[in-house]
Write a protein that binds this ligand. Structure first.
Ligand code: FES
Length: 553
């Protein structure tokens, strides 16, 4: 029985001596590369989940992948050395991941924003209206990109800047995963490995995505990029060391405090960005709010039109680093909670991201059987965040788990699919309890510091891909979000991307967010005296605050 390789679900016979890159190509899987397998571009990373021992030893080109466990390899460098056995790997671009590209139910949108872009045409001259510089001479179209750079996923929108029309969009997983799954790991990686590998790998993937767009990339003259402080600063080649150290501030924030700059936003050119856009293009990284509350959270404020909002609102974007904003046009408080990867399937025995095969719905029937909903409709391979919320809610509802997260006596594990070995353990509950506890404690602290009660919040925006797919009833039952009336909860999808798009089509909106972020108060959770008590309470699975109303999903 010869060795086999399964890459992104495609299986081929793996003859000894062939590289994983060559075998992936044979299997019809395209592995990103810019160096034609020379070991230089670092884009061909794969994650090997089975059969690492069947591969050749890491080469010098792979020194940057010295992560414990060693499961990341450069596919062009590692060869099959065994004659039998099974190897399973996937590229950093697995495909079929559910990535939120759209936004909905928002107060503002790029479609309704008056077109007023930074880059405009004067006859044949294409002008940057901020610097007054001529970027190009052309009668061709003028395009711009809005990019949401998340720790886990990346979404790109292509906009015609002369009409404001969305031409195309694309999304992919952040290929920096080999540097860790959360921002603190990426900071550690970036500061301990020379060569800006995270930035270069990302630029390589972004370049491929941009080249695949249905326009000449050199007609892209403006880019608005948002992301958390770490993702944004890595892209702009800033040192991220200070974001990982107490008091967790971006170098731009420190420089601003020292009077060395007047904004935390960053600007570079197409040439320096390494993207295949016009070399003189303007590339703008939106301003960050403070600490880990980054340019993505700031962009959300444009999408909910906070500058004109009289009502008290809250925005919660649940992720490995949950961002919280509470306030109105008169006063805004912001905070970030290090929730960790549990709700993205990380650190959970059978957890997985929202890819095809992930269980996203769980219901226990009266006869004791379990009904599962699976992304893509095929066989289950694991459980993703929204499935975990459903599962916890069902365990509570049926009394199989108590509010402390303990299973009923005699239950050692919950089996979701016996045949495929998909089980859920009490230890998994603990991971989720802590993630949930951090989120809700963060919100309690912000609301407390604002001097209001949950009941006074008139609209609760759940932003981001995870928030988009949550069931409100289940989320409230386990206390992941406060027990708001259903009509107060608005699931808005990728509000950060919408905000970035608004800033792309409107110079005045870009100026609005620049001035708004300067008056946002940053709430430092780690120094708040009540945080620990809120956290301990928040780890319990029961409804939190606010008024109750019958819910239906
Ligand atoms: S293809 Fe460039 S490093 Fe492997």
């Amino acid at each position: 029985m010869p060795a086999t390789l399964t890459v992104n679900g495609q299986r081929v016979v793996a003859a000894p001596g062939l590289s994983l890159f060559a075998l992936a190509e044979q299997a019809g899987v395209h592995v990103p590369t810019s160096c034609v397998t020379q070991g230089k571009c670092k884009e061909c990373v794969v994650e090997v989940t089975r059969g690492l021992e069947l591969l050749s030893a890491p080469t010098d080109f792979e020194r940057h992948l010295d992560i414990p466990g060693g499961r990341f390899r450069l596919s062009c460098q590692c060869q099959v050395v065994a004659g039998t056995g099974e190897i399973t790997c996937h590229t950093m671009r697995r495909g079929h991941m559910r990535i939120e590209r759209s936004a909905l139910n928002l107060q503002a949108s790029h479609r309704t924003t008056q077109l007023d872009p930074v880059v405009v045409r004067h006859g044949e001259r294409i002008i940057d209206t901020i610097t007054g510089d001529e970027i190009d001479r052309s009668t061709g179209p003028i395009h711009g990109l809005a990019i949401d750079l998340g720790t886990t996923t990346i979404v790109v929108r292509l906009i015609d800047l002369e009409t404001g029309v969305l031409v195309a969009d694309t999304s992919f997983e952040n290929p920096q995963r080999f540097g860790g799954s959360d921002v603190m790991s990426r900071i550690h990686y970036d500061t301990t490995h020379p060569g800006r590998l995270l930035m270069r790998t990302l630029a390589g993937y972004l370049s491929h995505a941009i080249s695949d767009l249905p326009v000449d990339p050199r007609t892209i003259y403006d880019v608005v990029l948002v992301g958390n402080s770490t993702m944004r600063d890595i892209f702009f080649r800033q040192s991220v060391y200070s974001i990982g150290q107490n008091p967790y501030r971006s170098i731009t924030e420190l420089d601003m405090a020292a009077g060395k700059r007047t904004t935390t936003s960053l600007t570079t050119t197409g040439r320096r960005s390494l993207l295949p856009i016009h070399p003189n293009a303007r590339v703008y990284g939106g301003p960050i709010i403070s600490g880990h509350v980054g340019a993505d959270a700031a962009a959300c404020l444009l999408a909910v039109d906070l500058a004109h909002e009289e009502r008290l609102i809250a925005i919660m974007d649940i992720g490995t680093n949950t961002e919280l904003l509470v306030g109105n046009r008169h006063r805004v408080l912001a905070a970030s909670c290090p929730a960790g990867p549990a709700f993205e399937g990380g650190a959970i025995t059978c957890g997985m991201p929202g890819l095809d095969g992930a269980i996203e719905d769980v219901a226990f029937e009266d006869d004791g059987s379990v009904r599962l909903g699976v992304i893509g409709g095929g066989a289950p391979a694991g459980i993703c965040g929204s499935g975990l919320v459903d599962l916890l809610s069902e365990l509570l509802r049926t009394g199989r788990m108590n509010a402390l997260g303990r299973f009923d006596d005699g239950i050692e594990r919950i089996t979701l699919d016996e045949q495929r070995g998909i089980h859920f353990f009490e230890s998994d509950v603990n991971e989720l309890a802590q993630a949930k506890g951090a989120n809700i404690a963060g919100l309690e602290v912000v609301v407390n510091q604002y001097g209001i009660q949950f009941d006074e919040i008139e609209t609760f925006y759940l932003a981001g891909g995870f928030g988009r797919h949550l069931k409100r009833a289940a989320s409230k039952r386990i206390g992941l979000i406060p027990n708001f009336a259903d009509d107060k909860i608005v699931q808005v999808g990728n509000a950060a991307l919408e905000g970035a798009t608004i800033a792309l089509v409107s110079r005045s909106k870009r100026e609005e967010i620049e001035s708004l972020v300067k008056r946002i108060e940053h709430c430092r959770l780690e120094t708040h005296p009540g945080f620990f008590d809120f956290f301990v309470d928040g780890c319990q699975f029961r409804p939190v605050g606010a008024s109750t109303r019958t819910t239906s999903d």
